[in-house]
Design a protein around this ligand. Structure first.
Ligand SMILES: NC(=O)c1ccc[n+]([C@@H]2O[C@H](COP(=O)([O-])OP(=O)(O)OC[C@H]3O[C@@H](n4cnc5c(N)ncnc54)[C@H](OP(=O)(O)O)[C@@H]3O)[C@@H](O)[C@H]2O)c1
Length: 298
């Protein structure tokens, strides 16, 4: 039987609808939730992600600001901009679009973002809170995957989840979220990476297989256990002369073949990517609510 499609577009839309009354309530209190996105250079993929984030804010009636900087901007100038945003009461969420040019130290930049405005959840403070299972801004992509599974009634408890990829923005926080001693988590987690030996023998044991590699259609049907849940995080541009833009987007999973083996699967596009944006909006609204709470209490 062909796998059930986990429709990130539809679930993301539901989440966005649920945010509307929360935003209305903030506006009543005189708080206009605002997200500032900083982008360095003009990498086409990054530009397209930033555009989607701005559009999502627009759809929700949130304030959004895109700060476009030259790829050659100095670390010092970037830090000055972040410092200003950190203390600006109109800005509730700050996001620096990754990856950064080589001359910029990513760790220093992420560490500079006020943790209360770190809606990407990449600052060491939020990462540490996540590791400890405490309340925090959770990284949007892995958190979107948790939410997508929850809304489709997929409970990771006691399941073997295998993640391919150990990046700080996807693989590692994904492992943290799945292994938490919390409702909706409690999975047994294995993380694979480029040094993993005999990977198919591991992925074949996964009840939940999450691919975050950045390699087009890397996961083949013979790497997947029958009836596994397969989550495809990858977004890869592959040349396609028949496509209007000259390329098409594919995931890290060989979708057509794997959907015949899996019980559920996310498509690319229309899967995890949509959830990422929705969770970013959720974090931004949460940041504005936290601000409103502190403002009222003061
Ligand atoms: N849908 C979304 O919203 C969203 C969000 C973020 C990222 N993405 C996409 O997700 C993918 C991964 O992103 P990322 O930022 O996590 O990438 P990344 O930082 O490049 O990390 C890739 C990971 O995959 C591992 N890997 C690479 N080749 C491998 C191989 N042949 N066998 C096993 N493991 C391998 C790497 O191992 P090592 O650590 O050993 O190098 C690394 O841990 C990309 O396609 C990206 O565009 C999508």
């Amino acid at each position: 039987m062909t796998a059930k499609v986990l429709d990130g577009k539809e679930i993301a839309q539901q989440i966005m609808e649920e945010l509307k009354p929360r935003i209305a309530s903030l506006l009543e209190k005189g708080v206009f939730p605002g997200l500032s996105v900083i982008i360095l250079g003009q990498n086409p993929a990054s530009m397209s992600y930033v555009k989607s984030k701005g559009k999502a804010c627009e759809r929700l009636g949130m304030r959004s600001e895109t700060i476009m900087l030259a790829e050659t901007v100095t670390q010092k100038d970037l830090m000055t901009i972040i410092a200003k945003l950190n203390t600006d009461p109109k800005v509730h969420g700050i996001l620096v679009q990754l990856p950064l040019p080589k001359h910029i130290d990513e760790d220093t930049v992420l560490e500079a973002i006020n943790p209360e405005k770190d809606v990407d959840g990449f600052s060491p403070i939020n990462m540490g809170r996540l590791l400890a299972g405490r309340d925090c801004f959770k990284p949007c992509t892995p958190n979107g995957i948790m939410e997508l599974m929850a809304r489709y009634g997929i409970d990771p408890a006691g399941k073997h989840a295998v993640i391919i990829g150990r990046s700080n923005i996807v693989g590692k926080p994904m492992a943290m979220l799945l292994m938490q001693k919390h409702k909706g988590a409690n999975a047994t987690v294995t993380v694979c990476h480029s040094r993993t030996k005999n990977m198919p023998s591991i992925t074949k044991k996964a009840d939940i297989l999450i691919a975050a590699i950045g390699s087009p259609e890397f996961v083949k049907a013979d790497m997947v256990k029958k009836n596994a849940v397969v989550i495809d995080v990858g977004i890869n541009r592959v040349e396609d002369a028949t496509a209007e833009k000259g390329y098409r987007l594919v995931g890290d999973v060989d979708y057509e073949a794997v959907k015949e083996v899996a019980s559920a699967i996310t498509p690319v596009p229309g899967g995890v990517g949509r959830m990422t944006i929705a969770m970013l909006m959720l974090n931004a609204v949460q940041a504005a609510e936290n601000f409103a709470g502190q403002h009222n209490a003061a």
